[in-house]
Design a protein around this ligand. Structure first.
Ligand SMILES: CC(=O)SCCNC(=O)CCNC(=O)[C@H](O)C(C)(C)COP(=O)(O)OP(=O)(O)OC[C@H]1O[C@@H](n2cnc3c(N)ncnc32)[C@H](O)[C@@H]1OP(=O)(O)O
Ligand SMILES: Nc1ncnc2c1ncn2[C@@H]1O[C@H](COP(=O)(O)OP(=O)(O)OP(=O)(O)O)[C@@H](O)[C@H]1O
Length: 788
């Protein structure tokens, strides 16, 4: 048998070489047999063992080995062959990461159980989907079944059945001979460019030279030349810091473009800081920078260690890992962040301290994360002072365009899933759409010809989620298809001319709670229980052992097509969800990175704040808000006690872990607390005297902020209609009153001329509150100081 598999591997490899594409060989059958065949295959192929990686649990071959959990190591690297051992389980994210790292002319080899049996094999990933109260037997295999269908259906994928000792599919595409390196581009060197011509000559595609040209804007010479040209009183525009965003699918040469630019800047004597999640991610970047000096005889490399080089012109390129890089941003002339989407938004944001910074990021690919990059970090970039220039690299370099393995991976992992085009949904309104459960087993029932359109619905729904949410990954696709606690609902348009409906809104739902006393105890005592995000936080952090008893439904994600937002569809889907589940569950809930707009969206839909997380979420960079909408008595009891606890602890949080939370988010979060949390204000006569004196007389906030805080929290939670404060006044109440920022900071942020004016403004803002809530004592003080 080995001989047959070896022959096939060699034919696939030859085809890969001829076309500069990749090929995939599946060795399906018993694991030991698979490894034996794999060893023979690798032995026979003219691929150096140093360019081969085995991704699997054991270090069994002589080549580099990584467990699936460390597949991120492969991001940004290029390998001639990668073998994946999927016998003990398959992590969809790992698959996404490793596929993109195989070079054109290279081979991927999968070791799998026999394809007919594979769906019944339950690995680590399947186990992670069995969240209480569900068990492993509730986890379905839709993702794997779909994956197998795609392996069978796509071009360029050879399948060997090791047990039946036969080739199921050769995967050979028999391509017509074509020019492999047709990529010598019409390179675009800008006429007034700063980088030497050699830099542009080193580019392999027009997209890449465009990207390099764009990177000139973070070269210090670019800034100084602009400054020199401007008269001294020139507009601040000319001094604006600059940021470049390079986006591409895997293997389009963005890291290499960054490397060429870094090399060019170092050749001119500048210092360039390079960072990426892992040092290995920047190997191509350094290779390109070093190679450049061969074409620049006037510059030599005087010192070179891994991830560091110095030039005879006094320039240097240095890698630092992200934490160290943000701590040492000062001395560098330019900063380059590679694999940016794999870093948390908060970390990316810190790089905006640098005046000249480039972010290179993958759009699709390993995690669908580049989309998320657009979702959150783009907003931050837009708010930053930097002049932002963006470039997208389309043309592949690592392998030829149309590579069948890229086509397969995009399909199998839905890396290219997109929402429907605008024109297909722009008539969708709450009155015209149909609320529909999206049934995973139906979605994968007809993946190849998709005559029933189910695959299209899956793509549209997933595409909407990817576009709308930070970090929607291939793992999420597998969860959507197989996790027993997850369900999806969508609003579909009326049928179009071809009779197809399209997804206008989608919601991903997780069943939570309803946990046994034993599981609840485990949670309460600090044990790890999967899933159940809301009950878990309420139990383990907020110390409520009964919290996981009622059963609920968390809206994990919701998204409306951008073409039809603000038409009531998001609210409509929530209403339909309520109608469908209210009678059978105790609560509906949600948790998300809190922003004022989102808090108000959920509040409008009947959800109420019960918690704000004390730390910022790694991915979104926001504090998470947890909200509940009770649907039964026990849900109401759960909600009410947590609302009350939140209202009573929020003051302490605001001077502590929420001290830097955006004031508008604090306002909206408090406004979204249910009035049931209001207890009597209970201020003493002395405290009312103090408050009224600060509002109407010579009293001072600084003397005793406590009663001010009580009053302010009460005001926001109750939100009485007859008090009309301006936004600026409310921000002042939050920033000074609750978050205890110093007067100078508050005055400057809210643009008061002086701290004195800011202090008087706080007194003024307190007045209507004293008038509304104050007791007789407060009124007496007011009368005493009121202007005649
Ligand atoms: C658990 C979670 O998933 S939280 C994350 C929610 N999802 C996202 O942020 C993805 C991107 N955003 C979206 O897809 C949509 O804006 C949604 C889902 C938030 C709202 O869907 P829509 O169909 O627009 O909702 P709907 O029309 O019923 O209500 C819109 C109201 O929500 C509020 N709103 C909240 N967030 C937004 C936003 N990002 N853009 C616009 N309106 C927003 C506004 O008050 C808006 O009212 P307005 O149009 O009068 O200003
Ligand atoms: N100008 C170039 N000269 C020589 N080789 C290049 C050049 N540009 C890209 N390559 C090669 O093409 C492959 C892909 O390039 P690179 O790693 O820069 O792409 P990428 O878009 O950053 O990929 P990934 O998304 O996987 O990080 C690498 O093997 C790289 O060495």
């Amino acid at each position: 048998m080995d001989a047959v598999a070896v022959d096939l591997a060699n034919s696939l490899f030859e085809e890969a070489q001829q076309t500069n594409e990749r090929r995939l060989l599946v060795l399906a059958g018993e694991r030991e047999r698979g490894y034996e065949t794999l060893a023979s295959v690798l032995e026979s192929l003219p691929i150096p063992i140093t360019a081969t990686t085995l991704v699997g649990p054991d270090d069994r071959l002589r080549c580099e080995q990584l467990p699936q959990s460390n597949a991120s190591e492969l991001l940004g690297t290029t390998r001639d062959a990668i073998a994946l051992d999927a016998h003990a389980g398959l992590r969809p994210n790992a698959l996404g990461k490793l596929v993109g790292a195989v070079d054109g002319g290279g081979l991927l080899i999968f070791l799998t159980p026999s394809l007919d049996e594979w769906p019944t094999h339950r690995g680590e990933f399947a186990q992670s989907l069995a969240v209480p109260p569900y068990s492993l037997s509730d986890v379905t295999s839709n993702f794997k079944r779909r994956l197998i269908d795609t392996l069978r259906a796509h071009r360029g994928i050879g399948i060997v059945d090791l047990e039946a000792e036969r080739i199921v599919d050769s995967g050979l595409t028999e391509p017509s001979p074509k020019l492999i390196d047709s990529r010598r581009p019409d390179r675009a060197q800008p006429p007034d460019g700063i980088f030497p011509t050699a830099v542009y000559e080193a580019c392999l595609t027009a997209d890449q030279s465009d990207a390099v040209a764009t990177l000139e804007s973070i070269d210090p010479r670019s800034a100084s030349s602009v400054e020199e040209m401007q008269p001294p009183e020139s507009t601040p525009e000319s001094h604006r810091p600059s940021a470049v965003v390079l986006e591409a699918d895997r293997g389009r040469g963005k890291s290499s473009a960054a490397g060429l630019a870094a090399g060019a800047m170092a050749a001119a004597g500048h210092s360039v800081l390079v960072t990426a999640p892992r040092s290995r991610n920047v190997s191509e970047l350094f290779e390109r920078a070093t190679a450049l000096y061969e074409a620049l005889p006037e510059v030599t490399v005087t010192d070179e260690t891994p991830r560091h080089l110095e030039t005879s012109t006094g320039g240097r390129v240095q890698y630092l890992e992200p934490t160290e890089a943000t701590a040492r941003l000062e001395p560098w002339d330019a900063v380059i962040v590679d694999e940016a989407a794999a870093l948390p938004v908060s970390r990316l944001e810190s790089f905006l301290e640098a005046d000249r910074v480039a972010f290179a990021t993958t759009i699709h690919g390993y995690e669908g994360a580049g989309r998320g990059f657009s979702v959150r970090f783009r907003d931050r970039l837009a708010d930053a002072e930097h002049e932002v220039v963006e470039r997208t690299l389309l043309e592949p370099i690592r392998y030829a365009g149309g590579d069948p393995i890229e086509v397969w991976a995009f399909n199998a992992l839905l890396l290219d899933a997109r929402p429907p085009v605008e024109s297909l949904v722009d008539d969708a309104r709450p009155e015209t759409v149909e609320y529909r459960r999206i049934e995973p087993s139906e979605l994968v029932s007809n993946t190849v010809d998709d005559t029933d359109g189910n695959e299209r619905l899956l793509r549209e729904a997933f595409g909407l989620l990817v576009l709308a949410h930070y970090r929607t990954t291939p793992d999420d696709l597998a969860r959507l298809l197989d996790a027993p606690n997850l369900e999806a609902r969508a609003l579909l348009t009326e049928p179009d001319a071809a009779g197809s409906r399209h997804v206008a809104s989608v919601a991903l739902l997780a069943r939570e709670g309803n946990l046994s006393a034993e599981t609840r105890r485990t949670m309460y005592e600090g044990g790890r229980v999967r899933g159940n995000m809301l009950p878990d936080v309420l139990t383990s952090q907020l110390r409520d052992e009964a919290a996981a008893s009622p059963s609920g439904l968390r809206v994990v994600r919701i998204a409306t097509h951008h073409a039809v937002r603000s038409n009531g569809l998001g609210s409509h889907v929530l209403e339909c969800i309520h109608d469908e589940f209210a009678d059978s569950l105790d609560w509906l809930g949600t948790g998300f990175g809190a922003t004022p707009d989102l808090l108000s969206f959920w509040r409008e839909n009947g959800y109420r704040t019960v918690h704000l997380s004390t730390t910022r979420n790694e991915a979104s960079g926001e504090h998470s808000a947890l909200m509940l909408a009770p649907t039964s008595d026990s849900g109401r009891t759960l909600h009410d006690r947590h609302a009350e606890w939140f209202a009573s602890r929020v003051q302490a949080l605001c001077t502590d872990s929420l001290a830097t939370l955006e004031p508008d988010t604090v306002r909206e979060a408090l406004r979204s607390v249910d009035n049931c949390a209001l207890t009597s204000l209970g201020l003493s006569a002395h405290e009312w005297r103090l408050l009224a004196a600060a509002a109407y007389g010579p009293g001072l906030f600084d003397v005793d902020p406590g009663p001010f805080r009580d009053l302010i929290v009460h005001y926001f939670v109750e939100n009485p209609p007859n008090i009309e404060l301006t936004e600026r006044e409310e921000r002042l109440l939050v920033e000074k009153g609750l978050q205890a920022r110093d007067w100078e900071t508050v005055a400057s942020r809210l643009e008061y001329h002086s701290t004195g004016q800011c202090k008087r403004a706080l007194g003024d803002a307190i007045r209507p509150l004293v008038d509304h809530y104050g007791t007789d004592v407060a009124r007496e003080v007011r009368e005493r100081f009121r202007d005649p």
